[in-house]
Design a protein around this ligand. Structure first.
Ligand code: FMN
Length: 487
């Protein structure tokens, strides 16, 4: 019986074995025995294995997906390209397997200069593929099977060379042939020197690949291992790539608001005093932005009209940036019709009547008097519209005292359907913070959009303290449920 000298193994494999054996309370030697046992048990050529009988190539290929289905496991073909970052792909194999994803590895010729097929095989518990012209796997078009009998193809590191080949449709080795024959999503994790990444040829190839529907993660900015240079070109970390793979593999989320137009306002408004000064409030816009993102994730076509905030546009949402309450009202009216309108903005109640055309100067006469006039009430205006009123209008009530009474009075006064009430006293940390404690007030026993209501007929549902994202998700779920009930 051959013996295996642990010392002669790759450093990454040794590190992996030490960690795994420590975690399982075994010696490294025992751990290797367990791994080999697991590896051999499942192989079709192992006597006693249920699949040990000689199967024809057609039978074998027909059986493969069924085995994957029975285990309900996603599977990834991981192509490792020839770059320094190939060592991180060994870590990636572990990360994918931790997530119950089967991994079959393909190493390019150059990749084998950086990591060995043995390491990839030991970590993936699978045979590793390296050659296009391999009689052992090509008797039944192995490259086509590697391309098709998986749920996702990950290329990590994606070298400049591999991306060039993909962009131009080359197929002169196993990796490029698999990528050309693929009918599954492809995720690339590019890694290269920053000069290679910024080279015009690579830029063209990246653009082409994106147009072809390939997903990319990274590269990140940082130091380059091989050159003491820094810049964009470092491969994303294994956990980031595994998370991106899981995102692609996850079954599509339910989209209960598909086909619905949702209009949302967020943030404060700035009411000018003169060209350089304004009246504002402490609203951060986080809650409205979170609702926009949650509605978009639920499939809605979302328009977000936001006052001045320091937040990035949520992906897939049409964002209109405004300054004052009057701008906000104009843009809201222009964005109608909508199926659902959610007014989360903290709109200033008053503006300065005598706004200065020039910067106001200090004079011996003292401070100029600021006269305030009432701003348009966006929630009431839209709730009371005759023709374009959205079927479901939701307002927000930010109060510092008598929260529920004030919110009940507001729902009745403004004519909206629901109110999300929250206590914004400084002690709560809600304004600008990441958490929110809200109460959802709904007209009870009435169809959405039905006329005036007595305050007694308002139901109050108090939610526990949540992150603003959780509040957004819950609110969107309630909206979806009520649409379903009313449809
Ligand atoms: C030490 C060394 C490190 C390399 N690192 C990278 C790299 O990080 N990214 C890259 O695109 N190419 C890198 N290369 C060049 C590739 O190995 C070379 O282009 C090779 O042909 C790629 O083959 P493949 O795309 O089939 O894996 C490196 C080469 C050497 C010698």
């Amino acid at each position: 019986m051959a013996s295996l000298t642990i010392r002669k193994l790759d450093d990454a494999v040794k590190a992996y074995l030490r960690l795994r054996s420590a975690g399982n309370g075994r010696s490294v030697e025992e751990e290797v025995r367990v791994i080999l046992g697991e590896l051999i048990q499942g192989r079709p050529d192992f006597p006693g294995s249920p699949s040990a009988s000689m199967a024809s190539p057609a039978e074998a290929s027909a059986r493969a997906p069924a085995i994957a289905d029975a285990a309900n496991q996603a599977s990834v073909t991981l192509i490792i390209g020839g770059g320094i970052a190939a060592f991180k792909s060994l870590e990636l194999i572990r990360r994918l397997k931790e997530r119950r994803i089967e991994v079959r590895c393909v190493l390019t010729k150059a990749a084998q200069q950086f990591v060995t097929p043995l390491s990839a095989s030991a970590l993936s518990h699978e045979r590793v593929y390296t050659d296009l012209f391999d009689p052992g796997s090509e008797f039944d078009a192995g490259h086509i099977r590697l391309a098709r009998e998986c749920d996702l193809i990950v290329v990590a590191p994606a070298t400049a060379d591999l991306m060039a080949k993909m962009a131009h449709g080359h197929a002169d080795d196993l990796a490029s042939a698999i990528l050309l024959a693929a009918d599954k999503p492809i995720l690339l994790a590019p890694a290269m020197n920053p000069l290679m990444w910024n080279n015009a040829a690579t830029r063209r190839n990246v653009l082409q690949l994106r147009r072809d529907g390939v997903t990319m993660i990274g590269p990140n900015a940082g130091e380059m291992a091989e050159t003491n240079e820094a810049g964009v070109g470092r491969m994303s970390e294994a956990v980031e790539i595994a998370a991106a793979a899981v995102d692609i593999l996850r079954p599509p989320r339910p989209r209960p608001l598909l086909g619905k137009r949702v209009l949302i306002t967020a943030g404060p408004t700035h009411e000018p005093i003169d060209p350089v000064r304004y009246i504002a409030n402490r609203s951060s816009g986080k809650q409205g932005f979170a609702i926009a993102a949650a509605a978009q994730a639920a499939g809605a076509d979302v328009t977000l009209v936001s006052g001045p905030v320091d937040l990035r546009d949520p992906a897939g949402v049409t964002v209109i940036r405004v300054e004052s309450a009057r701008d906000m009202l104009h843009r809201v009216e222009a964005a109608l019709p909508a199926d659902i309108a959610i007014f989360a903005a903290a709109v200033a109640d008053w503006r300065v009547a005598n706004e200065g055309e020039q910067k106001l100067k200090k004079t011996s006469a003292g401070m100029p008097p600021l006269q305030l006039v009432e701003n348009p009430d966006i929630l009431a205006t839209i709730s009371k519209m005759k023709d374009k009123r959205p079927p479901l209008v939701i307002g927000f009530a930010a109060e510092t005292e008598h929260l529920i009474e004030n919110a009940k009075a507001k729902i009745a006064r403004k004519g909206c359907d629901w109110i999300v009430a929250n206590d914004v006293s400084p002690a709560t940390g809600v304004m600008g913070g990441d958490r929110n404690t809200v109460h959802l007030l709904q007209r009870a026993g009435k169809e959405i959009g039905a006329g005036n209501i007595a305050v007694d007929n308002i139901e109050v549902d108090s939610w526990p303290v949540m992150t603003k994202e959780q509040v957004a998700t819950e609110l969107v779920a309630r909206i979806a449920k009520s649409l379903e009930k009313n449809s």
